[in-house]
Design a protein around this ligand. Structure first.
Ligand SMILES: Cc1cc2nc3c(=O)[nH]c(=O)nc-3n(C[C@H](O)[C@H](O)[C@H](O)COP(=O)(O)O)c2cc1C
Length: 346
């Protein structure tokens, strides 16, 4: 059976064979303290690729040791990290998926004794420092170098993590960013770091490498989000992967919209730009993804925990079969390791 899920889509020069994305999902506790995996991930991602997923976004990977969000997180701050991504890429490519990796600096949410943010919001937090302009330059360079390593590993692109309250969210958010220099204040100033990183990465990796942006709907006004989305499009971002930002709770989906406010914001951003836009959050069953695609509300649908519960989710969705349904029980995030669904994989 053919349906909207099974339509290919062009992302930059790459053809993604269908509309389902595996969004970044950290495999907690599956790595060491130096950014190396301790368990081979190629099988984990390869299974989701074999299960038909069109685009795989490999989990949040640190661009620098001091930007890690967890001490078992994968890294791409050293050339020695490249082989682990080569293995993942090879496996996913063999199964016909396009595969990119998410790059992150956690900012004030990083682990360690000293962390960096746009500005210091809580003066009692002695760990947190305002990023100097030199530090900002270093962070930009780290994003570029990590992107080049991703390219060397054979990946089709990268996703820059601009959501979930991590460093780039901390710059775009008016609530956190209180700087008085060219990286703070006006909307353009708050967006500057993200924009400069994207431009620097594009200059380094070339035109055909996918750059996705995990877009955090994070400021009090939808107007700012719409403006930012258009700026990202102009800059040559290839996908907007819309998710949670610092101020996301203030967004209310209209009565009757059958999904979350986060999913709703994906549909809002979709109307603003002509590049592929993906939505996420709580899409558990194929009928839900079909609804969003058939009503032209978004271009692609990211299925996170659903793909942990059922690696064959996409093929089953395409074939009209029922899937293992994610029950949002949360242990995949908080108790186990993010790679398995405890309900279906004891
Ligand atoms: C175990 C786990 C790990 C996650 N890791 C990441 C991550 O590395 N980067 C990211 O942007 N989001 C991460 N997320 C958020 C997911 O990408 C996704 O947005 C979220 O799970 C909502 O989608 P879902 O309802 O389909 O699961 C994670 C979520 C879970 C449950």
């Amino acid at each position: 059976m053919n349906n909207r899920i099974n339509r290919s889509i062009k992302v930059n020069k790459h053809t993604v064979k269908n509309r389902i994305i595996m969004p970044a999902l950290v495999c907690f506790n599956w790595g060491d303290n130096d950014g190396f995996e301790t368990v081979d991930r190629s099988d984990h991602y390869g299974k989701r690729a074999k299960g038909g997923t069109g685009l795989i976004i490999v989990e949040a990977t640190a661009i620098s040791k001091d930007g890690r969000l967890s001490d078992t997180q994968l890294g791409l701050w050293d050339d020695d990290h490249i082989p682990q991504f080569e293995r993942i890429t090879k496996h996913c490519h063999t199964e016909g998926s396009v595969v990119i990796v998410q790059l992150v600096h956690a900012g004030m949410k990083a682990i360690g004794n000293l962390v960096y943010s746009s500005s210091v919001v809580d003066i009692k937090d002695k760990r947190c420092l305002e990023s100097s302009v030199e530090k900002i330059e270093e962070i930009k360079k780290d994003f570029v170098l990590a992107s080049l390593r991703a390219k060397k590993a054979g990946l089709d692109g990268i996703e820059i993590h601009g959501a979930h309250g991590y460093l780039l969210s901390q710059f775009t958010s008016r609530e956190v960013n209180r700087r008085k220099d060219r990286y703070g204040g006006s909307l353009d100033n708050r967006l500057r770091l993200s924009m400069e990183i994207i431009q620097a990465v594009r200059d380094a990796v070339g035109e055909e490498f996918i750059i996705s942006y995990r877009f955090g709907v994070n400021d009090p006004t939808m107007k700012e989000d719409k403006y930012f989305a258009k700026e990202l499009e102009k800059l040559g971002v290839d996908i907007l992967d819309v998710s949670i930002g610092i101020g996301a709770n203030s967004i209310v989906a209209p009565v009757g919209f059958p999904f979350s406010n986060i999913t709703y914001m994906g549909t809002v951003i979709h109307k603003e730009v002509n590049i592929p836009v993906a939505c996420v959050y709580g899409i558990r069953e194929p009928i839900e993804a079909k609804y969003l695609l058939e009503n032209n509300m978004v271009d692609m649908v990211a299925v996170g925990r659903g793909l942990l519960a059922d690696s064959e989710w996409t093929n089953k969705a395409i074939n009209g079969e029922s899937v293992n349904k994610c029950y949002h029980c949360k242990p995949c995030k908080y108790q186990v390791d993010g790679r398995t669904c405890p309900r279906y994989h004891k």
